[in-house]
Write a protein that binds this ligand. Structure first.
Ligand code: LLP
Length: 422
């Protein structure tokens, strides 16, 4: 599943001892395994090879240029949600015709840039957006490919913050409105509406919500075909869950067995947009234990990484396994600790009431499965410099983002002259 393993009680990433990395580069430190990253991409590609899908890795999961280039070089396209992600995608060398662009709030400028680059699809989330893209395409004298993002109203059984395919969510267009768009005879002369897109949520561990959603859209596509509306692509989004704790998510093969028969029925070219499935287990966050503190009621392990580095536990109550980089002494997890960061909020934690082995100040922990929505959601809160990122491939080590400096923190700030009495 991933290439983070103990050898002689030391945690390794591929062939590199992670303790050597933290001693060399400091902490908090994101460490990624190149072969785990690529391995997950290939697993999905192989499971779906009979339909040869375009797999557009979802940039938001981990947008480091090196991660993007590694995947693009293996044939991945990219799924983007902003002008910034478009900039990254192009910089990483992704061909524009392999880029798909979702987001409920694309601005005029973002739309124009993406049209000019010639992306594969805008995944359109409202009638208003459809009209705006048509207008901008007209001004630029271009014909633009768009997908209608359908909100299929299914329950993906995940955290409500990352549920996106129910009608109470802001995403996508309901079937009735989509029917009007396709069948009302209303012309969008500058649009080629040739794809249907769905994305029902994230960290989905069962195939059944996908099956339900895909069945709904495939029967909609059949209805459209009968009425002479012919589509070319079907984009089934991302959302495949991974193991953080005791989950048993569907494997790529199990997933493809469930959905391929229905997809083949559609007769359309398939697009997918996985993020977490590819990047999630390919990264860890290494952090140093600063203090072990006991209060009358609790025991705390205070580490140098915080919610600004990895916000998932604070934001979603997400579980991340915590492993010592060096297993010493007794490994039994007999004492309960809260593992917390240095930030001035009680919401700043990596784990609560977690049984941990005996650990000491100066030792290091790995926050596991931090490759997706880890660094990409990090911030400078508490004026903390964002972490360094390194990529490991076998015994080779590459710094793919250096640690921010204090100067980086204030780079774009200006004190107005009047505050100097001028
Ligand atoms: N496509 C669209 C349109 C999306 O909105 C997303 C994720 C994906 C694809 C990729 O989903 P994935 O395969 O990675 O599940 N920050 C949250 C996850 C937010 C997901 C947002 N959209 C977390 O840390 O769990």
């Amino acid at each position: 599943m991933h290439e983070f393993k103990y050898i002689n009680n030391h945690l390794y990433c591929e062939q590199v001892k992670i303790e050597d990395l933290v001693k060399r580069f400091g902490t908090p430190l994101y460490v990624y395994s190149y072969h785990t990253l690529i391995g997950h991409f290939l697993k999905l590609r192989d499971a779906f090879k009979s339909v040869n899908p375009l797999i557009c890795y979802s940039v938001k999961a981990n947008s480091n240029l090196a991660i993007l280039k590694a995947l693009v070089d293996k044939g991945a396209g990219l799924d983007i949600v902003s002008g910034g992600e478009l900039f990254r995608a192009i910089k990483a060398g992704c061909p524009a015709e392999k880029i798909v662009y979702a987001s409920v709030g694309k601005t005029d400028k973002e739309i124009e840039e993406a049209i000019k680059k010639g992306i594969l699809f805008f995944n359109v989330e409202s009638t208003q957006e459809l009209e705006l893209i048509n207008k901008i395409a007209c001004r630029l004298a271009r014909k633009v490919r768009v997908a209608i993002r359908i909100n299929p109203d299914v329950e993906p059984k995940t955290h409500h913050y990352i549920t996106t395919g129910k009608l109470t969510n802001k995403f996508g267009i309901d079937f009735e409105t989509a029917r009007i768009i396709f069948l009302s005879g209303r012309e969008f002369p500058h649009l080629d509406i040739s794809c249907i897109h769905i994305h029902i949520g994230s960290q989905i561990t069962e195939s059944s919500p996908y099956v339900a959603a895909i069945k709904k859209v495939v029967s909609f596509i059949a209805e459209l075909r009968k009425r002479e509306v012919r589509l070319k692509y079907l984009n089934i989004g991302g959302g495949l869950g991974i193991v953080y704790d005791k989950e048993t998510p569907q494997t790529a093969d199990e997933f493809s067995k469930k959905v391929l028969p229905i997809l083949k029925n559609s007769g359309l070219k398939i697009i997918m947009e996985p993020g977490r499935f590819i990047a999630g287990n390919s990264g860890i966050l290494a952090t140093k234990i600063l203090y072990v503190k006991k209060t009358p009621l609790k025991k705390f392990i205070i580490v140098d990484g915080g919610m600004n580095d990895l916000v998932r536990p604070s934001l979603y109550g997400a579980y991340h396994d915590l492993l010592p980089l060096h297993k010493t002494g007794i490994h039994l997890r007999h004492t309960k600790y809260d593992i917390v960061g240095p930030i001035c909020e009680s919401g700043d934690f990596f784990a609560k009431d977690r049984y941990m082995p005996h650990v000491k100040e100066g030792e290091f922990l790995a926050v596991m499965s931090a490759g997706a929505y880890g660094f990409s959601m990090s911030s400078n809160y508490n004026s903390r410099r964002r972490a360094q990122e390194v990529l490991v491939a076998k015994d080779r080590i590459f710094v793919i983002r250096k640690r921010e400096s204090y100067a980086d923190l204030v780079r774009n700030e200006k004190i107005p002259p009047f505050l100097f009495g001028l």
